[in-house]
Design a binder for this molecule. Sequence first.
Ligand SMILES: [Zn+2]
Length: 291
Amino acid sequence: MTFHHVIKIAQNFIYKHMKLNDKSADQYSYHSFFNDITEKLDIIVMEHDLNNEIAGLSIKDAQGNFSISYQKTHHKYRQNFTKCHELGHFLLEHKGSVFTYSKDNTPQELEANIFASILLAPDIVLLGKIVYYKKTFQELLSELEMSRDALHIRLKQFLNYHTTLHDDEIILIIQSYLTRKAPDDIIYAIKQAEKSIIEEYQAVTIQPIDFIDRFLKQNNIVTSVDVKELADKHFIENIKQVFPNIVSDFYFDYGKTLYYIYQPDNTTATQARQSAKNAHFNMVFLNLKIE
Ligand SMILES: [Zn+2]
């Protein structure tokens, strides 16, 4: 896998999450994504107190259960990096069943490191915080909960990827940012890449199924006002393959139909119908979203 490929996969996961959860660059924290995806994939996350050399460990057992653990005694920022690194092994679909965090420069270890550093500080977040909010290096450390070394490496990689600057120029720019001697140099450098960073963010699109997943979690019900594809019975059949428990129904009045699906485990048919009726009223009389 090329690094470019790793970057694309990481961005795709993170930007999707940001868009679905309305997270702006300034509110971003990896925790929200990490908790969401580990819950969704049923990955158990825990501390361990093994040999101190083992910063992190992830296991895919014979039954297909996933777990991630990280060293209890390490600093919180180091634990953050470890957790993201281990998650990287799963999301990059690395072959193997046990991954220990190691300093080996195997391709999989390097890929998991790149994945982790992007998850802690996505490109669009660095653009927002450094260029628009004029945050200092020290503010970035505490907001992104990264170690000094991890942020330093991340900025180097970020400028390397987005600009044509030479390595020695990049090191000087980061140094001037860190010491606040010439903090505008990094802003100037990132500005050259502003357009392409934003384009990469915009290029990540959200599928109707992603919205359904989010609305079901939030409200237990999704209507055709939220996701217009719900009016299509073939689409509903496909959705039922992914969410086998859902019930689909419709509400018809004033010559207009509202289609909806709901989770019967979390809401009754009567509650769902009442929500659908309200949404239908809004659709017909307040003219929301669809004509
Ligand atoms: Zn690893």
